[in-house]
Design a protein around this ligand. Structure first.
Ligand SMILES: [Zn+2]
Length: 237
C-alpha cells in the first residue's frame, strides 16, 4: 500500500491511499481545481473519497465530488453539519465508527476521533492485495488506540505546547481551542509509546501548524518515541 500527501495544513488536506488496485482519497479540503491539479489523474477514476469531518480544510469540494458521481463516505454527523442539498446527500454513503466496509480491494474500519466536530472519524484501511494495514487520524486531541499490525501510520502532529503558549500573535481563545481539539507533539509521542509498532515501517506526521510547529524537532521527538526501524516523515505544510 502506498500513502501520499497532496496537501496537509489548515488551509487544505488531501491524501491518497492505493494498493495498486483500489485508490481512495482521504479528505477533499482543496478547491476542485486544485485537487484535480494535485492528483494529476482524472478524479472520476477514484474509487472513493472518505471525509473525516466537516471542517472546510477537509471537505471543501465535497459537493462537486458528489455531483461528479465519485462515491463519498462520511458519518451521519458530518453529513448533517455539511448541510448538503438533499439530492447530493442521497448520493453519499454513511459510515460509522466500528462498522467495517469494503471499497474494491480495501477494507475500511472507521474509529472515533476527538475534535470539535459533529462525528469525526479516523480510519484503519487494509489491502486485500498486499495485506498492508494503514491507519489515519487527523484533527484529534488524543489517540488512545493501538492499531495491531499497522504498517503505515499517518497521524496529526499539529503544535508544540510551549510554542503555542509563547505566541503573541494568536488570541487566547484560539490557543484554547487548538489545545483542546488538535494533537500536541508530546501528547502524540505518549500515544505512540503505547502502540505496538513492531510491523510499522512508515510514520507520517500530518497537519503541522504553520507557526506552532517545528518540523525538525517534531521528527526528532517522534523518532525517540518509536522503534528505530520506523521511517518518520512530515507531510509538507
Ligand atoms: Zn478540524
Amino acid at each position: 500500500m502506498i500513502f501520499q500527501s497532496l496537501a496537509s495544513s489548515s488551509s487544505g488536506n488531501a491524501y491518497l491511499v492505493s494498493d495498486g488496485n483500489t485508490r481512495i482519497l482521504l479528505e477533499c479540503g482543496l478547491s476542485h481545481k486544485k485537487l484535480q491539479q494535485a492528483c494529476g489523474f482524472k478524479l472520476t477514476s477514484l474509487d472513493a473519497v472518505l471525509i473525516s469531518h466537516e471542517h472546510k480544510d477537509h471537505s471543501h469540494c465535497v459537493e462537486k465530488i458528489l455531483a461528479s458521481g465519485i462515491p463519498v463516505y462520511l458519518s451521519q454527523g458530518t453529513a448533517r453539519a455539511l448541510e448538503l442539498p438533499e439530492k447530493l446527500l442521497d448520493l453519499a454513503t454513511e459510515m460509522e465508527a466500528g462498522k467495517q466496509f469494503t471499497v474494491g480491494t480495501l477494507t475500511v474500519m472507521p474509529f472515533s476521533t476527538f475534535h470539535d466536530a459533529q462525528e469525526p472519524l479516523g480510519f484503519v484501511i487494509q489491502s486485500q492485495v498486499d495485506w498492508d494495514v494503514f491507519a489515519f487520524a487527523t484533527d484529534t486531541v488524543n489517540l488512545p488506540y493501538n492499531f495491531p499490525g499497522v504498517n503505515i501510520l499517518a497521524v496529526e502532529a499539529n503544535f508544540q505546547q510551549d510554542i503555542l503558549d509563547r505566541s503573541q500573535r494568536m488570541p487566547e481563545k484560539t490557543k484554547h481551542r487548538v489545545s483542546n481539539t488538535h494533537m500536541e507533539i508530546d501528547k502524540l509521542c505518549q500515544c505512540l509509546r503505547r502502540m505496538d509498532l513492531r510491523a510499522c515501517r512508515e510514520l507520517w506526521l500530518l497537519h503541522l501548524s504553520s507557526a506552532m510547529s517545528h518540523e525538525g524537532q517534531f521528527i526528532h521527538k517522534v523518532q525517540r518515541a518509536v522503534p528505530g526501524w520506523v521511517q518518520v516523515r512530515c507531510c509538507p505544510k
